[in-house]
Design a protein around this ligand. Structure first.
Ligand code: HEC
Length: 135
């Protein structure tokens, strides 16, 4: 009987230790969010290329690359202060204006920064490959 109690105790302790070590790995993964590679084509978060500039010019004919780059810097900077970078592909063209409206306030963006962010997000959204996963 004593032996049984002892082995139950051992099992319990090892389960607890296993859980505790699992927990600490999860925490450290969450903390690495800001060091992720800026080029994350999988969820549409990457530095704008010629393709994005060409696409956005159909909506904003005068958009220069420097504005798209500024939008990218904001998206991967100020927009990651509260959460990790969100997938641009995941939300629809109809969703984005409302999201940008509310999030720009949260990030305290100026009107000019908000405009750069809008053009960047749409340049990516407009060139989303049909095969890209919506996540
Ligand atoms: C002050 C904190 C804060 C800042 C700064 C911030 N967000 Fe958010 N964001 C939130 C919270 C809170 C939520 C809702 C919970 C969540 O999805 O993490 C959210 C949700 C989102 C979502 C998901 C919306 C949905 O419908 O699921 C997107 C996309 C997003 N933010 C984009 C941005 C962008 C782009 C910026 C930069 C302009 C930004 N966020 C800056 C706090 C912030």
């Amino acid at each position: 009987m004593k032996l049984l109690k002892l082995s139950i105790a051992i099992v319990t302790i090892s389960v607890m230790v296993a859980c505790a070590s699992k927990k600490s790995t999860t925490t450290s993964t969450a903390e690495t969010k800001t060091t992720e590679s800026p080029k994350r084509i999988g969820n549409g978060v990457f530095a704008p290329q010629d393709e994005q500039l060409t696409a956005i010019k159909t909506k904003y004919p005068n958009a220069p690359m420097s504005v798209l780059n500024e939008g990218h810097t904001i998206y991967t900077g100020a927009c990651t202060n509260c959460h990790a970078t969100k997938s641009i592909y995941k939300f629809s063209e109809q969703d984005w204006p409302g999201i940008i409206e509310s999030m720009s306030k949260k990030a305290k963006l100026t009107a000019e920064q908000k405009e750069a962010l809008t053009q960047y997000v749409f340049s990516i959204k407009m060139t989303q490959p049909a095969s890209a996963p919506n996540k």
